[in-house]
Design a binder for this molecule. Structure first.
Ligand code: 5RP
Length: 234
């Protein structure tokens, strides 16, 4: 069932439960967004208590928070692998009878390119969210990180696929959102996404698209916080 507006308590329950799964010596992918931030803070507290981990941040934002809470950080080039990645989602496909069950929409924080690199590399990827993110079918816009020069040709191609692209504007200043990689974001509305795997393949093939926010078949588990509890889906 889809509910709107998850509470911070629900996000915290999900994030902290995922952080509790981090083991001594782990290399941990540190996701982006307010739910993943709860996990990062909880890992920071565990580090204060003696847990030895290295964090691989998925964004400037998660890197800053990791530094603030005392998590030693590293980068993809410097590690042999990632044991666990903990990351949020903008929407989770929740109908177990539908194709694409468990697919995610990400990119609300414009960090989905690094998130996909890190989440897909991890031995285990746990998505953390509040219950408002569950949806029978994915229907929020798909975030595309695009090379700036390719903005208009990618937008034209998205329209031929039946999507409606909108350049993401920065809320805090005039001008577009610029990603950590120096690119732009097109939010592409496709209405209901019945076959996320097919759309993912088509979007990946468009020249100028760096990465899209559809994560299909990637999450190993979802920790979904509610106002009074937590649901673990393996
Ligand atoms: C960033 C993301 C975030 O994980 C997603 O937007 C969820 O954020 P929040 O936990 O704040 O709702 O994909 O690119």
């Amino acid at each position: 069932m889809k509910t709107e507006g998850g509470s911070d308590g629900a996000k915290r329950r999900a994030g902290e439960r995922a952080a509790a799964a981090v083991e001594d010596g782990d290399v941990v992918g540190l996701g982006t967004g307010s739910t993943a931030a709860h996990a990062i803070r909880a890992i920071g507290r565990a580090v204060d208590d003696g847990l030895a981990v290295r964090g691989i941040p998925t964004s400037f934002q998660s890197r800053q928070l990791a530094l603030e809470v005392g998590i030693p950080i590293s980068c993809l080039e410097a590690v042999d692998g990632i044991d666990l990645a903990i990351d949020g989602a903008d929407q989770i496909a929740d109908d177990s009878d539908a194709p694409g069950y468990g697919a995610l929409l990400k990119g609300g924080g414009a960090a989905h390119t690094r998130e996909k690199m890190i989440d897909s590399t991890a031995d285990r990827f746990v998505v953390v969210a509040d219950a408002s993110k569950l949806s029978g079918v994915l229907e929020k816009p798909v975030a595309l990180e695009v090379i700036p020069d390719a903005r208009t040709i990618v937008a034209d191609e998205v329209r031929t696929m039946g999507g409606e692209p909108t350049l993401r504007d920065a809320a805090h200043k005039d001008g577009p959102v610029v990603t950590d990689n120096g690119n732009l974001v097109l939010d592409c509305a496709f209405d209901e996404i019945d076959a996320p795997d097919e759309l993912a393949t088509r979007l990946s093939s468009v020249p100028g698209v760096v990465e899209h926010g559809l994560f299909v078949g990637m999450a190993d588990a979802a920790y979904v916080g509610t106002d009074d509890g937590l649901e673990v889906r393996e």
